[in-house]
Write a protein that binds this ligand. Structure first.
Ligand code: GLY
Length: 357
């Protein structure tokens, strides 16, 4: 199974996609590492802790728990874990293993980024969404009430261990939420992956190993290439935000409780596709194909009772909003996107209304 190199000014590391790799975790702990802290949730540890414990046979480690749920992705919990680490004897030679979904990868990474000004983190994602997106790329963060991921840091991991076998027991809703990030990968840069997702819907939804391994590997390759070309999101990396500007507004407006991140991204992609077509960036034919593909892997939970105007107002709080201008990543064809600012408010509102239907 493949290994992809992520090469950034901060660090070069391997993103490994291999069934059973969690069982090899001890190999990825650097020599002379001090105390090892596994950051996870009670739920992940209950269901999948034995797998990592086997991979850490012979290694001494402590397990620290974060609460689950996007609404709990807050600074106070990171501070609490840092206190626990100190009580357990952590120092600058310690390391974190972030073992869980995107929230654990983001928060565990952020804890490692700021603990004594930075200790290593090994990312081991246990959800599809985290495997294809959150665990790779070094962005770590927590949410503010006002918006998603507004406090954070770039802290590249020492490696990312992606084990597709761990997805066998992932709840269906979580699995689909991850598939939306893979659709995103197809639309922004990988027409072959997009075509595969359309041709192989039954295999992908049935989690046939060959299909799952293929779509994960292609997504990880894409993300590794994009992050390697632009670690700090000055240029190319912005394409990864397709669907996220709208999606983050939906998550914040609904208190981070109604939609999984991937579901919010699916909704945001619908809005962005509509906006791209209505502003003349995208053909009607490609727009229909994108919307149909998103729908084929749905549905997302009901969107009732969410005021379009509130979502519109939240767009200006997104990190990607610069000097009051919202920047939208819009598709121009399958496999290519562009970044556009200065779109009329009415068109943006129309796109939000379309996606809420
Ligand atoms: N940690 C996710 C990213 O860097 O994109």
């Amino acid at each position: 199974m493949p290994t992809y190199q992520v090469e950034t000014p901060q660090r070069c590391y391997a993103a490994i996609v291999e069934r059973g790799v969690i069982g090899q975790t001890a190999r990825y702990i650097p020599p002379k590492t001090g105390k090892v802290f596994v950051v996870t949730t009670e739920d992940v540890w209950f269901h999948a802790g034995a797998r990592l414990a086997a991979g850490l046979a012979g290694v001494s480690y402590d397990v620290l728990h974060l609460p689950g749920g996007e609404e709990q992705k807050r600074l106070a919990h990171v501070e609490q874990l840092a206190e626990e680490m100190l009580h357990l004897g952590a120092d600058r030679s310690s390391m974190v293993i972030a073992y869980g979904g995107g929230i654990v990868n983001d928060m565990g990474g952020f804890l490692a980024a700021i603990f004594m000004r930075g200790i290593p983190v090994l990312q081991i994602p246990t959800t599809l969404l985290a495997q294809v997106d959150a665990a790779i790329g070094g962005k770590t963060a927590v949410n503010l009430v006002s918006g998603k991921n507004l406090i954070g840091s770039f802290h590249q991991p020492i490696a990312v261990l992606t084990d597709p076998a761990i997805l066998d027991t992932l709840p269906e809703r979580e699995y689909r939420a991850g598939l939306y990030e893979i659709i995103k990968a197809g639309i922004i840069r990988e027409p072959g992956l997009f075509a595969y997702l359309n041709e192989s819907i039954a295999d992908v939804l049935a989690r046939k190993p060959a299909a799952v391994d293929h779509i994960i590997a292609e997504s990880v390759r894409m993300k590794a290439e994009v992050v390697s070309s632009d670690e700090r999101e000055g240029d190319m990396r912005r394409i990864l935000n397709f669907g996220h500007t709208f999606g983050h507004a939906l998550e914040a407006e609904t208190g981070y409780t109604r939609f999984l991140h991937g579901e919010a991204v699916a909704w945001g992609m619908r809005a962005a596709v509509y906006l791209a077509e209505s502003t003349g960036h995208l053909s009607a034919e490609d727009s229909v194909e994108m919307l149909e593909t998103i729908a084929a892997y749905g549905p997302i939970p009901p969107l009732t009772g969410i005021p379009a105007q509130n979502l519109f107002a939240r767009l200006v709080h997104d990190k990607k909003t610069l000097q009051g201008k919202v920047h939208f990543v819009l598709p121009v064809r399958i496999g290519e996107v562009t970044v556009v600012a200065g779109i009329e408010d009415q068109r943006v509102l129309d796109a939000i209304r379309f996606a809420l239907r």
